[in-house]
Ligand binder design. Structure first.
Ligand code: KIV
Ligand code: ZN
Length: 513
């Protein structure tokens, strides 16, 4: 291999491209910047920040991520077209380490779409990879649907891409079709047969349609691949991609049988997992490996007894290794500012003095309503989307009447540009009535795409976090809020989404800079 020590594996995160591409997982510009910064800080080697030709928004996000990047290589995706490659090059050019990733479908089914012969496609590959390589030194090429491409043709086109200047060859299992032994055999075969294969890095990019993405990626590494493409929480098209947290922890926990290291700081996993779940609106299933709520929970008596005597009885990794604190019962109504700041720092939040004032007030309000404040409550508090100083819309008062008799009604007072407005509306349930009242006070054409509620902790006094996603003219905004009252959290999340919509409209006005 050229530039990766043989005992290292590069981690290529595509949460912001393949992950964000999955229907409904759209993130805002600021959310993408935040996730990219977290990925960079945790030691991810390459961040695929987006698909610059896809939209102005994608281009802007990739270029801003490139400008802000620290250690990570920033990669932009492009089809096998000169205009795509130029756009990707333009977007990543400010990165300390820019990469262009260009791809074309090489399997018989994919070749039929542009209706190219094998020879014609080989020419396209030569021309596009050469073009990319003239723009940047670091070019990744992918034969999409590689696992269903004829081996002879795969070897031929990979050789062409290497000769044209590709430095990484990615082997996508685009439809999640392969299995571990086949995944390993494919990499082995390519390393043996393709001239120049030992000069480049082979990457593995697996989808999870048959639930084998992590196993397939690790099998490819055993066979010689030195880059794993993955996403936080396994987000991605259909059943998703290989989960970053799974491969990274598997390499760490089973170093005895998989002796390859990644640079990822695993203690940052939980924080980014929670944030990606929040901004994408894709909740993590409770029993998801590594990051699920139950991944470290021991319920049965036998397990609890064993854990008390020796944690290793039932635990192959420590919760702290993934950034979960040993205790999650933290603060209460008598806790002071210093204790709150300390706990927030431990959870990975750097809070400035001004922000701290506001957070402390909200913490005290919460502690008045809820006796025990857990880590998850603090995280919910910190990720509440509202901004009292700048929001044009604010919920001031809400009372709902609900019960077995329909319709339910909501009496809402909302501040709009500093002036209070009141409305009573009815609906099919208290949330519907509340949303109707909001819409009457602030009429708009945006459609509701997602309304999602989660209990943050156990108990009937638990906070609910609510995510609302809305769409207007193809643009997606999300809103989030948390409250011990589910209807109040819903109203605030909806209003938060509307405030984000207003900001977005202002930014995209024709005369906006
Ligand atoms: O799954 C896939 O084939 C992809 C390519 C664009 C690499 O995501
Ligand atoms: Zn993919």
């Amino acid at each position: 291999m050229t530039n990766v020590p043989s005992d290292n594996v590069l981690i290529f995160d595509t949460t912001l491209r393949d992950g964000e591409q999955s229907p409904g997982a759209t993130m805002t510009h600021d959310e993408k910047l935040e996730i990219a910064e977290m990925l960079d800080d945790m030691g991810v080697d390459i961040i695929e920040a987006g698909f610059p030709i896809a939209s102005e928004g994608d281009f802007a996000a990739v270029s801003e991520i490139a400008k802000r990047s620290k250690q990570a290589t920033i990669c932009g995706l492009s089809r096998a077209m000169v205009k795509d490659i130029d756009r990707a090059a333009e977007a990543v050019r400010h990165a300390g380490r820019p990469r262009i990733h260009t791809f074309i479908g090489t399997s018989p089914l994919h070749r039929a779409i542009p209706n190219l012969t094998m020879d014609e496609m080989a020419d396209v590959i030569h021309n596009t990879v050469s073009h990319a390589r003239n723009l940047v030194d670091d070019v990744q090429w992918s034969p999409m649907d590689a696992t269903r491409t004829e081996h002879d043709y795969l070897c031929r086109v990979i050789e062409i891409a290497i000769k044209a200047g590709a430095t990484t060859i990615n082997i996508p299992d685009t439809v999640g079709y392969t299995a571990p032994r086949e995944s390993a055999d494919l990499i082995k075969m390519l390393l043996e047969r393709v001239p120049g294969a030992d000069e480049i890095i082979f990457a593995t990019h697996c989808h999870n349609d048959l639930g084998m993405a992590t196993a397939n990626a690790l099998a490819a590494v055993e066979a010689g691949a030195r880059q794993i493409e993955c996403t936080i929480n396994g987000l991605g098209e259909r059943a998703g991609n290989t989960a970053l947290e799974e491969v990274v922890m598997a390499l760490k926990v089973r170093h005895d049988i998989m002796p390859w290291k990644s640079r990822v700081d695993t203690t940052k996993i939980m924080q980014i997992s929670r944030r990606v779940a929040q901004v994408s609106g894709f909740a993590v299933q409770f029993n998801k490996a590594i990051v699920g709520k139950n991944a470290f929970a021991h319920e049965s008596g036998i397990h609890q007894d064993g854990m008390l005597k020796n944690a290793e009885t039932f635990e192959i990794m420590r919760p702290e290794d993934v950034g979960l604190s040993a205790t999650s019962l933290v603060l209460g109504k008598h806790s002071g500012r210093a204790a709150l700041r300390d706990r927030l720092n431990q959870l990975g939040f750097e809070v400035g003095d001004n922000q701290m004032k506001d957070v402390f007030v909200r913490f005290k309000e919460l502690a008045d309503r809820k006796k025990e404040i857990y880590d998850d409550d603090l995280i919910a508090l910190m990720t509440d989307g509202s901004d009292a100083e700048n929001d044009r819309l604010q919920v001031k008062f809400l009372r709902v009447i609900c019960g077995t008799e329909a319709p339910q009604s909501a009496d809402l007072t909302m501040e709009i540009d500093g002036v209070d407005h009141q409305k009573t509306a009815t609906g099919d349930g208290p949330v519907d009535a509340t949303f109707n009242a909001i819409k009457e006070l602030f009429p708009h054409e945006a459609s509701l795409q997602l309304y999602q509620v989660h209990a943050v902790t156990e108990g009937t006094d638990a906070q609910a976090t609510v995510t609302v996603r809305m769409e207007e003219d193809g643009k997606i905004v999300t809103g989030q809020s948390a409250d011990t009252d589910t209807v109040v959290a819903s109203a605030k999340a909806y209003v938060n989404a509307l405030n984000n919509l207003i900001t977005r409209r202002e930014k995209t006005k024709p005369d906006a800079e």
